[in-house]
Design a protein around this ligand. Structure first.
Ligand SMILES: Cc1cc2nc3c(=O)[nH]c(=O)nc-3n(C[C@H](O)[C@H](O)[C@H](O)COP(=O)(O)O)c2cc1C
Length: 271
């Protein structure tokens, strides 16, 4: 099947399942590719830094041409259950500006699959102009580098178009202007995945972390024609009391990187 045929799919009308994390009216969720919006697939894993997700979304509300869809791993949901002022519930997060979808592992399996049904992790991949995993836990980092795909977030990453053969890189201003998105000479343009690792300092210093980050930075990194961009952690006193590296990059800097990569500071809608 050619790329043109793949892109010519009809709009979808998937519905999010009613699951334990959030109660809201179930409504059809289409996956439009020509809605004049820039599509951010923002994901969080089981790190304390997941509590920065509301800050990131709120800061990005300055851009009404942005559509945000969220994926939370099962562990990540524990950090956003309305238990403190800085930890609103998932329901509250769903109501933030620009958020028009929130997905969990259960959403993959709403109905027993039959031929003709759409597959959520594939549709999310096609829909996304960029995927951002902030925070990225040690667990999910390890699984990504090993090719695991045993949850929704990992399935999207495992099914990412690493060749540039399948997905269109849409006419988003920021995606056109940067050299790094072009990849190496002769390679096709690829959509990218930004990851912001966040973990305890001892986990960060464990030698396997560097090996796995080398895979993302060197083997699969945008600077070498790949699709991953790692947002390096910072040093500080962590929530657990340890002091050192492994803390997620400051959420304000993450917002700035997203704005830059998507051309949000200088642009309007998708052409
Ligand atoms: C309170 C608490 C905080 C945690 N913080 C982190 C963290 O900052 N980084 C990390 O890699 N793991 C952290 N973990 C462990 C992960 O949640 C655990 O490895 C989990 O399996 C990650 O699953 P996920 O990658 O599918 O989200 C924490 C666990 C708990 C109970």
């Amino acid at each position: 099947m050619s790329a043109a045929e793949i892109r010519d799919l009809r709009p979808l009308h998937l519905e999010a399942v009613q699951h334990q994390h959030i109660s809201r009216p179930v409504s059809p969720i289409p996956f439009p590719l020509n809605d004049s919006k820039i599509h951010l697939l923002l994901c969080a894993t089981g790190s304390v830094a997941t509590i920065k997700i509301p800050n990131i979304i709120t800061a990005l509300s300055a851009h009404p041409n942005l559509s945000i869809r969220l994926i939370f791993t099962a562990s990540a949901t524990n950090f956003l259950a309305g238990q403190s002022a800085e930890q609103p519930s998932l329901q509250d997060i769903a109501a933030l500006p620009n958020v028009d979808g929130m997905f969990f592992d259960e959403d993959e399996w709403r109905d027993p699959w039959v031929r003709g049904n759409h597959i959520l992790h594939i549709e999310l991949r096609r829909w996304a102009d960029i995927m951002v995993v902030a925070p990225l836990s040690a667990d999910t980092l390890a699984k990504i580098t090993q090719g695991w795909s045993d949850n929704l977030l990992l399935s999207v990453i495992r099914a990412w178009d690493t060749t540039g053969e399948l997905d269109v890189v849409r006419d988003v201003p920021g995606l056109n202007g940067t050299d790094s998105i072009q990849g190496q000479a002769g390679s096709k343009r690829k959509k990218r995945i930004l990851v912001a690792p966040a973990m305890n300092t001892a986990m960060w210093l464990q030698p396997i972390t560097k090996k796995q980050l080398d895979v993302l930075n060197e083997e699969w990194g945008v600077k070498n024609g790949g699709w991953f961009e790692v947002l390096t952690p910072m040093s500080k006193e962590l929530a657990c009391g340890d002091v050192g590296g492994g803390a997620m990059k400051d959420w304000r800097e993450i917002v700035e990187v997203i704005e830059d990569r998507l051309g949000l500071k200088s642009s309007g809608a998708v052409a």
